[in-house]
Design a protein around this ligand. Structure first.
Ligand SMILES: Cc1ncc(COP(=O)(O)O)c(C=O)c1O
Length: 340
């Protein structure tokens, strides 16, 4: 267990099972070896990448003696579910603003929504046009809670801000240990992650720079599952620069540090193509590892596609970060059933 990560490290509350383990996959796309970092094992109900960010965000909330945690996401948001459960674990209430097609007819309580409800979260359904106003709507909900005598704390979309990024600075420290003996300057390895709102990427990139990992042959690349490369150069750059300013980190992240592997969004966010679903099936059959269709499966299929074009794209091996997401699979079983 790593205790103090860095002399500027902010307060942290223990929520995740860490360090997570890793292992090689039998599945080798285009003959490239893939090592899997099991961040889907950060917990059971709290599984995935979000809990690492919440360790820092909810520590700040506790420090401010918050009574309610507010956040937002898509209807099957893994982040919203993890926030609701982590808040409950720490004795706080949660309010989730969830985006859906028709707020007057919210979706059935399946997958993550079922867990949100089980954790007692208050669900506020918002439309796609309202989503553009999410920060204002979160502020309004916070005002409502304050007026009723509570103390709200707002966690931004995906937990992706400078404070949340410490979760993946910390994970990068683990990866440095994990990959010692696997990566070297002569035999570089790329840590590949699914990029959805940029916080995981920002933390990994800051961590790689803080711990000097490029010199040890460790690179970082994100496969975006929504938006595009230009969007994430901005989003990740902004989070890194906020963190650098807030904690005086001498990392000086530039766009050259942000490798976004674009072209794998397919039909759109949370929409799957049969070939990506087939990759999820094949990995499960060869290794007993379950990827999710929205994030990890789409990103992993991106890796497979890139390696098909250029087997050297990621160096001598890929260290794929499994960021969780399995509950989403149970929200629309008919999707994955297409390839079974
Ligand atoms: C399972 C899973 N993987 C990856 C991501 C992407 O992480 P980030 O939002 O930090 O880019 C998310 C969150 O949106 C997620 O739920």
């Amino acid at each position: 267990m790593i205790d103090r990560l860095h002399d500027r490290e902010p307060l942290r509350v223990d929520l995740a099972s860490q360090p997570t383990r890793g292992h090689w996959l039998r599945y080798q796309p285009s003959g490239t070896r893939v090592w899997l970092k099991r961040d889907d094992h950060t917990g059971s109900e709290l599984m995935g990448n979000k809990v690492r960010k919440l360790e820092y965000l909810l520590a700040e909330a506790q420090d401010q003696r918050a009574t309610h945690i507010l956040t937002c996401g898509g209807e099957q948001s893994n982040h919203a579910r993890a926030t609701a459960l982590a808040a409950a674990r720490l004795g706080m209430a949660s309010v989730l603003l969830l985006r859906t097609d028709d707020p007057a007819h919210p979706p059935a309580p399946t997958g993550n929504i079922l867990l949100d409800r089980l954790a007692g979260a208050e669900l506020v359904w918002i439309s796609r046009p309202q989503w553009r106003e999410r920060n204002r709507l979160l502020a309004e909900q916070a005002e409502r809670i304050r007026a009723a005598g509570g103390r709200p704390y707002i966690v931004p979309e995906g937990g992706s801000n400078a404070l949340g990024s410490w979760g993946y600075i910390r994970a990068m420290r683990e990866l440095a240990d994990d990959l010692a003996g696997i990566a070297s300057p002569a035999s570089p390895v790329t840590v590949v992650y699914a990029c959805g709102s940029g916080g995981t990427g920002a933390g990994l990139i800051l961590g790689a720079k803080l711990f000097g990992l490029a010199a040890r042959g460790i690179r970082v690349a994100g496969v975006n599952v929504c938006d595009d490369r230009a969007y994430f150069l901005d989003a990740i750059g902004a989070i890194c620069h906020d963190a650098e300013a807030r904690w005086q980190l001498d990392t000086r992240v530039t766009p050259d540090d942000i490798d976004i592997v674009d072209g794998h969004v397919g039909l759109g966010y949370a929409k799957s193509r049969p070939e990506a679903l087939a990759t999820i099936r094949d990995v499960c059959r060869s290794d007993g590892v379950v990827l999710d269709p929205v994030y990890t499966g789409k990103a992993f299929h991106g890796v497979v596609t890139e390696l098909g074009r250029d087997p050297g794209r990621f160096g001598s091996a890929v260290a794929f970060l499994h960021t969780g997401g399995m509950f989403g699979l149970f929200a629309s079983p008919e999707t994955i059933a297409q390839v079974l």
